[in-house]
Design a protein around this ligand. Structure first.
Ligand code: NDP
Length: 250
């Protein structure tokens, strides 16, 4: 991890759950973390809970990752105040319950805009910063088990995850597309997809929480996987890490 000491990581969705844990663990590992979220008051609360010596290395910053304007404003600010972005953790994600066949189109679009376009918008800005400085950085994508496999059908039950699994399947394809682009463009920038099963956070709908019962991961289990992926030597690229709670049935 020494090569990341005093480097700058941007973590999207740092106000809650997995993103908060990643931000905290990266700060603890010696990085400066720009914690992006719409609810920056929650990132400030996280900052206040850090040991005093670490507090100034977590920087809360407003960003709606689904908005090109908001992403550009946030990343412009980061580039003005720091040398550049060395690690980007695309963690922000959203889930709306309902069925594709009759739910509000605006809710479906919001998931696509956050879970897919948020990654595309933030990764463009992080890549630009890495390229300008000829720095071999790392892009991490927080994917999901549901990006690889859908839950099995249950008789008489209409699933309520709608566009969320398709949005995470897109994250799989994005991971490989970025890998090929980074390679083809002659960089040594790494990309890693991390796919958790159920994690005990606010995003989990009651339908999944019920299935998960006690077989559930904690946010720290995922942040430790991020640390593992970024700590690999320059010739090693973790392409995909799938993390299931022991006993998970899907
Ligand atoms: P939470 O609901 O606890 O956190 C979601 C985070 O995403 C919040 O910090 C929220 O910040 C942020 N976010 C949502 N929309 C936006 C937006 N438009 N702009 C900026 N930030 C946004 O859930 P998790 O911590 O569980 O989710 C983190 C990631 O992990 C997601 O990508 C999720 O799909 C994935 N995941 C979660 C699993 C689980 O079981 N919990 C399993 C597999 C994957 P704010 O609202 O303040 O903007």
């Amino acid at each position: 991890m020494e090569r990341w000491l005093n480097r700058v990581a941007v973590v999207t969705g740092a106000s809650s759950g997995i993103g908060s844990a990643i931000a905290k663990d990266l700060v603890n590992s010696g990085l400066t973390v720009i914690g992006l979220a719409r609810r920056i008051e929650r990132v400030k609360e996280l900052q206040e809970k850090l040991p005093a010596a670490q507090r100034n290395r977590l920087v809360p910053l407003y960003c709606d990752v689904g908005s090109e304007k908001s992403v550009n404003e946030a990343f412009d600010w980061i580039c003005q105040h720091y040398d550049g972005i060395d690690i980007l953790v695309n963690n922000a994600g959203t889930l709306q319950t309902g069925q594709l066949v009759d739910m509000k189109i605006a809710h479906i679009q919001q998931v696509i805009q956050t879970n897919i376009m948020g990654i595309v918008l933030c990764t463009q800005r992080a890549y630009r910063s890495m390229r300008e400085r000829q720095f071999d950085g790392h892009i991490v994508l927080i994917n999901s088990i549901l990006g690889h496999k859908l839950q099995s059908a249950q008789v008489g039950v209409a699933p309520d995850l709608n566009i969320y699994p398709p949005s995470k399947h897109a994250v799989n394809a994005l991971t490989e597309m970025y890998r090929q682009e980074f390679l083809g463009l002659g960089t040594r920038i790494k990309v890693t997809s991390i796919s958790p099963g159920a994690v005990d956070t606010e995003i989990i709908p009651d339908s999944l929480r019920h299935i998960a019962n006690k077989t559930i991961l904690q946010s720290e289990d995922i942040s430790q996987a991020v640390l593992f992926a970024i700590a690999t030597p320059p010739h090693v690229q973790i392409h995909e890490l799938t993390i299931k709670p022991l006993g998970e049935i899907i």
